[in-house]
Design a protein around this ligand. Structure first.
Ligand code: PMV
Length: 309
């Protein structure tokens, strides 16, 4: 299909944080994920040659892969100009690559007059993640598309939006980056080596997610926090935590948080804590004292959207 047009389409998609179920979600188990206000903006228009402008971030693999798969799937051959903007100089592991993937696919569908359903957009973008990274559950793609807080099962087998208010979450960056693909492959190797032990950990993770879903919907943050701390111990046993993440999670709980855990693949990136509002200042101070950088994160953010001029 080849329709010439002079439109410019601007979209944005949110980042994400994994609340419960990290790693197990790669193996057919569920997780709970919330979309966050670290949005990525994408602007596309048709052009005489392909042009890419990435002032910040390093998501060009994903941009190229979206374009390639989109062209192949929808038989589009026109050149495009793509500009991305994240609003941050640093990447904190809050899902800028999934957000850019979703925002660009949505923008291209608008530019070439395709009315894709959320599930069609998910399938396209999840395939992009697999093409670039080789591994992944797709939870971050779902968060970028649906927004809000989701109960999600591997590959989008179940995607259930939950009625949850903004969570009293405190997010601290550990100061180093984790490599998702390497960490996921590491857990895969451990699963092969010790199938019973790792299978047990995944099963416990599933139980935490199922209970956590009920507590979240009931706004029972005190109980949900305990599940987060329990989930952190499972992730420690999978070997994906770091001394810094452990130190931050312990400091947060000592300062009055309901619970705390690493979020995502581990090996660095962010720690998240759930705390009563009156403890926020002391928890943030405790996290800074052990070297964490507090990020101002709002949860339950809206999913991908097209900006209407
Ligand atoms: O490292 P992140 O924030 O992209 O999170 C990865 C989460 C995993 O469960 C380890 C992998 C996945 O794709 O679900």
């Amino acid at each position: 299909m080849e329709q010439k047009n002079n439109k410019t389409i601007t979209t944005s998609a949110p980042g994400k944080l994994l609340l419960l179920g990290d790693h197990a979600v790669v193996y057919g188990f569920p997780c709970l994920v919330t979309a966050v206000n670290y949005r990525v903006f994408v602007e596309v228009s048709t052009s005489d040659k392909d042009e890419f402008l990435f002032p910040e971030g390093n998501n060009n693999h994903f941009v190229q892969a979206v374009l390639e798969l989109f062209r192949k799937t929808y038989n589009v051959h026109q050149h495009v100009r793509v500009q991305t903007r994240t609003g941050q100089k640093e990447s904190y592991g809050l899902g800028s690559s999934s957000a850019v993937t979703v925002a660009l696919a949505k923008a291209l569908s608008g530019l070439f007059f395709l009315d894709l359903s959320k599930k069609e957009l998910f399938d396209l973008c999840y395939q992009v993640v697999l093409n670039v990274q080789g591994v992944g559950s797709g939870f971050d793609i779902a968060a970028a598309i649906w927004g809000g807080t989701l109960y999600f099962v591997t590959g989008g087998k179940e995607i259930e939006p939950l009625q949850v208010e903004t969570l009293p979450l405190i997010v601290a960056y550990s100061g180093s980056k984790g490599n998702t693909a390497t960490l996921v492959k590491g857990v895969g190797a451990l699963y092969k080596e010790k199938p019973e032990k790792v299978g047990q950990l995944f099963f416990q993770s599933k139980e935490l997610v199922e209970k956590g879903k009920q507590f979240l919907v009931a706004q029972n943050f005190a109980e949900f926090g305990k599940l987060m701390s329990h989930n952190h111990t499972l992730l420690q046993q999978l070997g994906v935590s770091t001394p810094k993440l452990d130190e931050m999670a312990t400091a947060a709980v000592h300062a009055g948080a309901y619970g705390a855990k690493l979020s995502g693949a581990g090996g660095g990136d962010c720690m998240i804590a759930l705390a009563p509002e009156e403890k926020r200042i002391s928890v943030e101070k405790a996290l800074k004292d052990v070297g964490g950088t507090i990020l101002s994160v709002k949860t339950d953010e809206e999913g991908v959207r097209i900006k209407h001029e």
